[in-house]
Structure formats: C-alpha cells, structure tokens
Write a protein that binds this ligand. Structure first.
Ligand code: GLA
Length: 743
C-alpha cells in the first residue's frame, strides 16, 4: 500500500520505490510536514523529525508551552496569523473582516486510482493500479469551511500530483483570496532554483540562482502562463547536474496566471508554493459553494536533471496528453505562414500543397488570413467564415482540393480574440474584456473576448464547428496572440470580477473540450505568439504546441533544450524555415535546420515553390529520414548531453525503449580552427550491445560509447581542409545513427 497511515502517531507516509512524502497531524490538529525526498522505510513514528526549541519573540499556540510555534514547525498547507509569519497557502476573508484560519484534521480517504478534476486539465491513470490517492479532510469549525488536500502518488514514477479544494459549509459569505495547489516546507536552503524564463522568440531559457533568505518567485499576471516564465521551477541541490544529484521539480498544470514562490526564512527553512496567482484573484464562496485549485506535479530525482525531465516527459506524454494522437507519430506538415504571410489565394495555396505533396509532406496547414476581412492584423479576428476573395471555394472547397491531392488539411484559428474591425465586434462590443469608462489597450490591434461568459464560448464553438463540419480538417492550430489588460467582464457583477481571469481559462478549456469531444480525430496544436502558453494545461487538450516563432536553427537549440526540461519531444512544434531566417536574419544550412527540427513534431514553414532542385532533393531525403525515425525520436527516451547555454556545441540524443536504436544530434555553432579532439559520453545505451555508428563508421559497444565517449572530432581539428564530409563552416550539425548489431 503506497499510502500508510499510522494511527497512534497520526502520520501519513506516501511512498513508492523511489520517493517518500511524510506528514502528520500535529498537537494542534493541523498538518505538519516531516519529509520529502528519496524513499525511506516506513516506521510507526517520525515524530523525532519535529524539532521544537523555545525561541524568543515567537508566537506559541498553547498556554505555558514555549515549544509549539507555527513559525518553526514545518507545515503542509499554512495559513497566516496564528504564529506563522510567512506568506500562506490559503487566505479567506470572512464576513467579520477576519482572515484568521484554523484548518484542523477531520478525516481522510485513500483509494486506488485518481479522480478527474472537474473542468480542469490533470494527469490521469488508465488503470487504478497505476496510482493511489490520499484525500485529507480538514475543517475550520468556526467558519464551517472544509479543506480537502489531495495527493496522488504514482506507483511506477517518482511523482506526486497535488491539489486543494475549499468548500463553504457554513452560512456566511466567504471570499477566497488565495488558494495554492501545493505548499511544502523543506528543512534547509542548500538549493539552486531553476526556472524557464524568456520572452517572445526566446522562450524557456534555463536560469539558475542560489536560494537566498527572503522571497524568490516567478509568475504570470498576463492572463496566460506566458513566455516570460513557464509554470515550472526546480530546486536542485548545490552541485546537481544533468546526471548526478538531487532535484525536485514543481510543475503547474494550468494555462493562466500563476505563482511559483520559494520563501526562505532566516532559519533556512525553504517553503515552496505553487498555484493561481493571488493578485487579480478573489473568489466569493457563498454557502455550499466550493473552489477547486488546478493540479501541481512534484517530481523527485536523485540522478540529476535528466532523470527529472524524463519523468515529466513520460508522465505528460502518456498520462496528461490525451486522444488519438497521444501515441501516434505526428504528421509531417507544411505551414504557409512564413511562406506567404497574409498574401495568398487558393491557387497559391494549392500550388504549394501540390509541391509539398510531391516532396512527401503529409499535412498542409493554412495559417492566419483565411477568414473575414483578414488581409493584415487590423481586421477580421472573430469572423470565422472564409474570405471568398482569397478562397472562392471557401475552406470546404480548398480542403477538398488538398485532400484530393492525398494530403491532410489543417487550419489556424485564434478563437479567443477579436478585432474592432470585425462583424463580431460590431454586433457584440460587450463581449470583450474591458473596464467600464476606461481606455482599452490593444495588443497586435486585437482585443480579448470574454471567455468567462459561456455565451461567448458557445458562439465561438458554433462558428468553429460550422467551418470544421463543412470541411475535411484533421489538424487545428489554436493561437492566442496578446496578453490581457483592463480585465473586466460585463457578464459578471462587481463582486465577481476577481473570478474573471480564472473563469476565462476555464472557458478556454471548455471550448477545447467541446471541440475534442466532437472531433476526436483532429490533432490540436496550441500556440501563443509562439510559445507563450506552452504549459501542461494546454497539453491535456493539444498534445503538441508551437514552441516558438523563432525558427532559426541556432536559437532553436536553446529553445528546444530549455523546453525539454519539462516537456516531451513529441510536444514541440518545430519547422524548417527559409533563409535568411525571418527572426534573426541568419543563414544556416538546410540540413542543420532539419537536424534541429527533427527533435520535435517536424514540418516546413516556407514556400516550397521557392526551393531550387538541389534543395528539393535534400528536403525529400529529410522527409524520408523523419518518416523512418520519428517513432524513435518522438517516443524514445531523450537525454541532454551538452548545453547550448554553456558552449559552442550542443549534443542531445534519443534512445529507443529496447535500446537497440539511438540517434545523437550534434550541433556546432561556430567553426573553430585547429581545435581539440572531441568526445561526448552517451547515455542510456545497453553496455553489452555492439552498435554500428554512422558517420564514424565504427562498431562500438555501449559501455565504450557511454564511458569513453563517441568521437565527434571533425574538420575543425587540424588544418581547415574540407575533409570531413564537407562539414566545415559555421552552424554545422550531424546526426549519428546507432543501431545494435545482431539484436
Ligand atoms: C502567431 C503565431 C505564428 C502565426 C501568426 C499568425 O504569431 O505564433 O505562428 O500563426 O501568429 O498571425
């Protein structure tokens, strides 16, 4: 039983072969945190982990007892105002103006499996045996509020999923001002905090900082999870690297405003919290109402960052992503955006599709510009019917022409947005989020539809349904291109405005759910000006996301490397685009562009009719390569070997589950001269298998490749002659294919 409860010491111990998570009911009937980390044996009693010393200036709970102070006891879901001086996990405003809380242990349930979270994305199980859930019920008797803390431990993975649910069982009106999905107090501060930070076109850069006393936090108040900070942090032991050392990951399954906060007190206790950002959030809870937080996922690794990432990859790829495409290799697509922008008509699109089909591409994606009066970004959003000037046969006619070519057809939507110059806005100006009597700011000339209003969501569903129902569509790119401002919903009363940003995201999830239910054969790709909403919440609906608008191969090394910290290869939209690259104007060889884009869903984003014959041949070979290897790349185990953030070379690899095949991606940004001989130690191979190694044309045993290394020396070692497969110059790359012999 992976959840043990010891009645006499009132201790809960969640464990599997890899991890232990221990907490107990304290003397004051609240919950105290005892341990989170590598698996330890189950014992009757862990009370010795509760250290209490009298300290001056502390607030103590019991008369004549100077030991029991919430300031110094590690807690499970702390509140403010009864001794703990740090920021709390929960904050409830009561009718008399008080915010003091006392959630005391009442009961618990343990069951096999994992429940769905109503209206929210969450990890799931396919058989009840895969996980065990503990629900601890706490009650604040004075205000008759119930708090249910939920913990699901996965049997075969070092993973605990957590959430909290708050219910008003009393008569008074409560207002929930803060409700974290998780909180955990750790006994020391010897960690580096890792985060994925960035901006448009440079998403998910890996940043590390040593923990210091005080608060270090990341978050979003943009209405989407954002490209500034991904809803993820890790605490890595000092010295932890990719393959050694302890690290704890915290990832939030949510797509809106979030807070990931680490508060270190002056006794070096580290408190980690993750949840909906409390700013701009307040949730009136009338009698009988409840609030469910989204879920947060804790992953533990004692084998460095790679093991943490591999756990997230496996969990998110197989038990968060859903639907037909979860386990299917992804179609190789061509997207017309960088190839045409808004300047296209049916002939041009069919012309591109015909060439793409001849090259072996499987799916044509028509991006922005096909609807309403959309000839630039000033008009049309909201009017989801075809622009007949550009597409005289509409989407249904075009999609038929494309599918007649033998290709699948996909379409771009930006469901949540509206331009003022649109029929929808002219008819329903009250459907945008805007504050009465205040100026409304735009983003890319567009305004945000009020998805907290179910009527708006239904209207957009019907509009999309009409286009999809009339056409042969098997892929949708769902974009979202601005952050929110002046948020106020005309459909909500003045005391309910604090619900709007969360209800907006629930509206987005609702629309996704309705679409995937009605159209289970459609593959969704999420997008937000590139990767500004690349988060686990989206993965529940869309198994892949557009990683970044930056398609430059060199920039993509960093973006995809950082993204792989949490997200699987099968989730990363990655395309080969034209040169000079449209974001950084860099010229990289087409083979390097493909060698980077292979490590993702793979596709092209250029006008294939502008390729010369030589390039077309290369593209055909690339497509053949991807068709042969995409199963391994998208569903194999991914290892980061050399970081683009640390040097001139990036190396990563993917290994098949049976260890018989592997591909090593080697990327060298700048050409050097007379440089050292080079090797890179591989990972994840079978030490006893003998592998045929392409490029080097050698036979090497796995133990040799992992301990001695794969030789990657090239033409830059020695005099700069073109003797190494012609791979001289900047921005070169190679893929080493490893195949186990006689296996
Ligand atoms: C966003 C997306 C791009 C493209 C454009 C279209 O920027 O990230 O891929 O779809 O919108 O307007």
């Amino acid at each position: 039983m992976p959840v043990a409860y010891n009645e006499s010491s009132r201790t809960f111990h969640l464990f599997n072969n890899e991890i232990s998570y221990i907490f107990k009911v304290l003397e004051n009937n609240q919950l105290g945190q005892l341990y989170y980390g590598k698996r330890i044996g189950d014992r009757n009693n862990f009370d010795h982990l509760l250290e209490m010393r009298p300290r001056a200036m502390t607030v103590c709970a019991f008369e004549s007892n100077r030991l029991f102070s919430l300031e110094h006891i590690k807690q499970e879901y702390p509140a403010y105002g009864t001794g703990d001086m740090r920021l709390p996990a929960i904050d409830i405003l009561q009718e008399n103006g008080s915010r003091i809380l006392d959630f005391q242990f009442k009961d618990f349930h343990v069951y096999q499996g994992k429940k769905k979270l109503p209206s929210l994305p969450a990890t799931y199980v396919e058989s009840e045996k895969e996980a065990t859930t503990l629900e601890v019920i706490l009650v604040d008797k004075l205000i008759q509020a119930e708090l249910v803390l939920s913990y699901t431990i996965f049997e075969q993975m070092p993973v605990i999923a957590r959430n909290a649910c708050i219910k008003n069982l009393g008569d008074q009106q409560l207002v929930l001002d803060r409700a974290m999905a998780l909180s955990v107090d750790l006994p020391d501060m010897d960690y580096e905090m890792i985060e994925l930070t960035g901006a448009w076109s440079r998403e998910r850069t890996v940043k590390k900082r040593k923990l210091e006393h005080g608060i270090q936090a990341i978050g979003s108040l943009r209405g989407c999870s954002s490209n500034a900070y991904n809803p993820f942090i890790a605490l890595a032991r000092n010295g932890c690297d990719e393959y050694a050392g302890e690290v704890m990951g915290f990832s939030f399954v949510y797509s809106g405003n979030f807070l990931a906060q680490v508060e270190v007190d002056t006794f070096d206790v580290t408190r980690v919290m993750m949840g909906i950002h409390p700013h701009s959030f307040n949730w009136p809870l009338a009698s009988g109402e409840s609030f469910q937080t989204p879920e947060a996922i804790m992953v533990y690794s004692d084998q460095g960052l790679n093991k943490m990432s591999q756990t997230y990859h496996k969990l998110y790829r197989t038990r968060l992503a859903r639907g037909k495409y979860r386990d299917l290799t992804r179609p190789i697509l061509i997207n017309n955006w960088e190839g045409t922008y808004f300047d296209f008509d049916e002939d041009k699109i069919v012309g591109m599709a015909t060439t793409a089909r001849d090259l072996g591409i499987e799916l044509f994606v028509l991006d922005d510009g096909w609807f309403g009066k959309r000839n630039d970004d000033f008009a049309g959003l909201g009017d989801w019917y075809p622009n007949l000037d550009k597409l005289p046969n509409g989407i249904s006619g075009l999609s038929k022409k494309i599918t007649d070519l033998g290709m699948a057809f996909g379409l771009w939507f930006e469901p949540e947005m509206v331009n003022k110059d649109s029929d929808l806005y002219r008819k329903h100006p009250e459907w945008t989020l805007e504050t009465p009597n205040r100026h409304s700011s735009h983003g890319r000339n567009q305004y945000v539809l009020d998805f907290s209003n179910p009527e708006v969501v239904s209207h957009i569903f019907e509009a999309m349904d009409k286009v999809i129902g009339d056409s042969n569509i098997t892929y949708i790119k769902w974009d979202m291109n601005r952050c929110m401002s002046e948020v106020y919903s005309a459909s909500h009363g003045s005391n309910e405005q604090g619900k709007v940003m969360h209800e907006y995201i629930l509206g987005v999830y609702e629309l996704y759910e309705r679409l995937i239910t009605k159209y289970p054969d459609i593959l969704f790709e999420s997008c937000a000006s590139g990767g500004a909403r690349f988060d686990p919440g989206m993965m529940y609906y869309a198994p892949q996301g557009w990683t970044s608008d930056d398609t430059d191969a060199v920039e993509r090394l960093k973006i995809q490397y950082g993204t792989s910290m949490v997200y699987p290869i099968s989730s990363m939209g990655s395309h080969v685009s034209a040169i000079p690259n449209h974001q950084v104007r860099r010229n990289t060889p087409i083979q390097t562009r493909a060698n980077v884009a292979y490590f993702g869903t793979f596709g092209y984003e250029l006008n294939v009719n502008e390729l010369d014959e030589q390039e077309k041949k290369l593209v055909m070979a690339q497509i053949d390569f991807m068709k042969e290897h995409r199963n391994l790349i998208q569903f194999g185990t991914f290892y980061r070997l050399k970081s683009p953030f640390e040097g001139n070379e990036t190396v990563w690899m993917v290994v098949s589950e049976d260890q018989k095949q592997a591909i090593v991606g080697y990327y060298r940004v700048l050409q050097q001269v007379n440089s050292n001989y080079r090797r890179v130690k591989l990972m994840g191979l079978n030490p006893d298998y003998e592998y045929e190694v392409s490029i080097n044309n050698t036979l090497n045993y796995g133990d040799e490749l992992m301990n001695v290394g794969l030789i990657t020396t090239d033409g830059s070692s020695g005099e700069p002659v073109d003797h190494y497969n012609g791979l001289n110059g900047d921005y070169q790359s190679r893929l080493y294919i490893l195949k186990a012999k006689n296996q």
